[in-house]
Design a protein around this ligand. Structure first.
Ligand SMILES: Cc1ncc(COP(=O)(O)O)c(C=O)c1O
Length: 374
């Protein structure tokens, strides 16, 4: 038998390794020089960069010759969130944390969530074989109501129920009472509530709103450090769950991709809480100024109240949103045109970076408006 005959024979055999795939989730992002990314809402603050620079300056490269030690970070996080170590699961960013949750319970095939929502959910649903069961905001007000999630949930089998607070498209913040009410309905139904608090650090008194959920059997909180500590590139997040739920995640080796360097960057950020507390307060203040200055510069734009490090403006038309976004892009400023999403017929979301960037965006939008009406 020649080699050629062998190959031909093998090709005839049906093999799972011969199936085609598009490799759909490959990251093809490129860095554009001088571009200001106000789309993904990272923490663009020089004080945060200085904290990380200090970590890197003293980082002992010997520590990467061996595998990471996670326990000290778990202890610090347990103190911070007021829970036991065995409630915490570190992951390389919250994407894998959310994804693991959907894979850890293979009998669950439905994700009830407000729509629009973080794009990751469509991806995790595809990966884990779940279907999204989307719930739109109130068509009159554009606001999300947690009772709508409870109502949708009750019509089907136990499911994942997702709440992002503040909401990552609009900045809407949910109160402690409505969260408690939803948590009770989810428990009653035998479902699991996933609370994504990616932007909660930018909400005044935000931690108080979710404190009552800690330790509940049917509630999981996923908290990335990408936004609050400016660690998007480090890939580090924590999931806070009842130990019985956390153990399901540990069955899937969640910590395998957490690096020593990410742990060092997180540990120092946690120690430098005072720096970040000040940054978060400054972002909140700047956010309110940004919202009103854009409203003043661009008549017809209306800012939504936001608890995140971004502002979303409802604008007169989708074409205005597209034209303004394109104008900003021509100046190297990337923003998110949300037009057409449920409850957001025409809207633009822009991250609150720092004062010079805010000034630049306000000036650019004012220039765009004057050009558009001229
Ligand atoms: C609401 C929300 N959750 C989770 C994430 C993902 O965060 P991470 O960088 O930890 O994967 C994002 C990122 O933009 C987000 O907006």
């Amino acid at each position: 038998m020649t080699d050629e005959t062998l190959v031909t024979t093998r090709e005839r055999v049906s093999s799972p390794f011969r199936q085609e795939s598009s490799g759909q989730f490959r990251n093809r992002r490129i860095r554009v020089p001088n571009e200001v990314n106000l789309k993904s809402c990272g923490l663009l603050d020089s004080r945060a960069a200085a904290v990380h620079r200090a970590t890197l300056a003293v980082f002992d490269s010997k520590d990467v010759l061996t595998y990471p030690i996670l326990q000290p970070v778990y202890s610090t996080l347990a103190d911070r969130f007021g829970v036991d170590d065995d409630c915490l699961v570190l992951t390389a960013g919250s994407d894998p944390g959310l994804n693991l949750l959907t894979r850890a319970f293979p009998r669950v095939s439905r994700i009830v969530l407000h729509q629009p929502n973080f794009d990751g959910w469509a991806k995790f649903a595809a990966i884990s074989g779940c279907v999204l069961d989307p719930v739109a905001p109130n068509p009159q007000t554009g606001l999300f109501d947690l009772r709508d999630l409870a109502r949708r949930l009750s019509g089907g089998a136990p499911a994942f129920v997702v709440v992002t607070t503040p909401h990552s498209f609009t900045g809407q913040v949910h109160g402690a009472d409505e969260l408690a009410e939803l948590a009770a309905a989810v428990a009653e139904h035998g479902s699991l509530l996933i609370v994504d608090t990616a932007y909660l650090a930018f909400t005044e008194g935000g931690e108080e709103l979710v404190r009552g959920l800690a330790g509940l059997r049917h509630v999981v909180r996923v908290n990335t450090f990408s936004k609050c500590f400016g660690l998007s590139g480090a890939r580090i997040a924590v999931t806070i769950a009842h130990p019985a739920i956390a153990r399901h995640l540990f069955d899937l080796d969640p910590e395998g991709s957490v690096s020593t360097l990410a742990l060092a960057l997180l540990q120092r950020s946690l120690r430098e809480q005072a720096v970040f507390t000040k940054i978060w307060a400054d972002v909140r203040q700047l956010r309110e100024r940004f919202a009103t200055e854009v409203e003043r510069a661009v008549p017809g734009w209306r800012a939504r109240p936001s608890g995140g490090n971004f502002v979303t403006w409802d604008v007169p038309s989708p074409s205005a949103a597209a034209s303004a976004s394109r104008h900003l892009l021509d100046q190297g400023i990337v923003v998110r045109d949300l037009s057409g999403a449920p409850g957001l017929p025409a809207a633009v979301r822009i991250a609150v970076a720092n004062q010079p960037v805010v000034r630049r965006v306000v000036a650019a939008l004012g220039g765009w408006y004057r050009g558009a009406v001229a």
